[in-house]
Design a protein. Structure first.
Length: 286
């Protein structure tokens, strides 16, 4: 509660020293950012002392990550504040990407083309990515069973690998880990592949448009987005980690730590190679 000696909100209890200790950004730098960029903006006690919320520590750390990856400080701060204004992401990779990256173009693609995109990303991950963090989302368990051997090979050299589907039970003891989605989970209607690695990164996510039960599976249309932008991929990976946490995956802390500690990909995306793989699969040359 607020009172005569505490004129700040209940969740603003951290001192500037606390924020510095949790983020690695010195108190002097935090004060300088506040003066120049109005970030992070503290609440003030009657005596003028600063108090911060826990969420602001995460915002500061995200700014540092983006700055260290080459983004100008003011641009990094602007991006992080814009994300905070949009609020928490929906429990869905597709919805999360649409909210955080409205610049991404959503394309309507037949499932056969989605398969080509997925296989191309998986092939490039096998050929190029070292110790990736991998996520896959399958609309039906049968679809995953068909791809299980492929995903076992993908996961063999991964730092972490998680697949989502309508599994009956949680299997954190297998590789990749199998995380069951609730019957009403939005991701039950989605298809996603996310590979986050310093050498290669890509994210693909789509949802199936309703009213297509009369069509063959390969001819059904999905609305999808894909990207090799490292910040888009990192956001997709974090969205997957949040879904895993909501589903009760017991090793979420490891996923979060891996994504927090590793730099975003600095490698130029091998677009020509990836594009050629897509075309080969689309033309059934395999």
């Amino acid at each position: 509660m607020t009172g005569p000696e505490n004129d700040v909100s209940d969740d603003a209890h951290l001192t500037i020293g606390d924020v510095a200790a949790r983020t690695g950004v010195s108190a002097a730098t935090l004060r300088a950012w506040e003066r120049r960029h109005d970030f992070p903006r503290p609440e003030r006690l009657p005596g003028g002392h600063r108090r911060y919320r826990e969420a602001q520590c995460e915002e500061v750390k995200e700014v540092v990550r983006r700055r260290d990856a080459g983004t100008r400080l003011e641009a990094a701060i602007g991006d992080v504040l814009a994300s905070a204004r949009r609020g928490p992401s929906a429990p869905s990779v597709f919805a999360s990407l649409r909210a955080r990256h409205p610049e991404l173009e959503a394309l309507r693609l037949r499932k056969s083309m989605m398969m080509s995109l997925s296989w191309a990303i998986e092939d490039e991950a096998l050929a190029t990515a070292a110790r990736p963090v991998l996520f896959g989302n399958f609309q039906r368990v049968g679809h995953y069973r068909t791809a299980k051997e492929r995903w076992a090979e993908l996961s063999r050299v991964a730092d972490a690998a998680v697949v989502f589907s309508a599994f009956r039970t949680m299997r954190a003891d297998v590789v990749p880990a199998e995380v069951p989605l609730a019957p009403d989970a939005p991701m039950r209607h989605e298809w996603s592949v996310v590979c986050d690695s310093p050498q290669f990164c890509a994210a693909l996510s789509a949802w199936e448009l309703p009213g297509q039960d009369h069509l063959d599976n390969a001819d059904r249309v999905m609305e999808g987005m894909w990207s090799v932008d490292p910040w888009v991929v990192r956001d997709a990976a974090r969205a997957c980690a949040r879904v895993a946490e909501e589903c009760g995956y017991p090793d979420t802390a490891t996923l979060t730590s891996l994504l927090d500690d590793r730099p975003v990909s600095a490698a130029s995306a091998p677009m020509l190679t990836l594009f050629n793989r897509i075309i080969a699969y689309a033309d059934d040359v395999r």
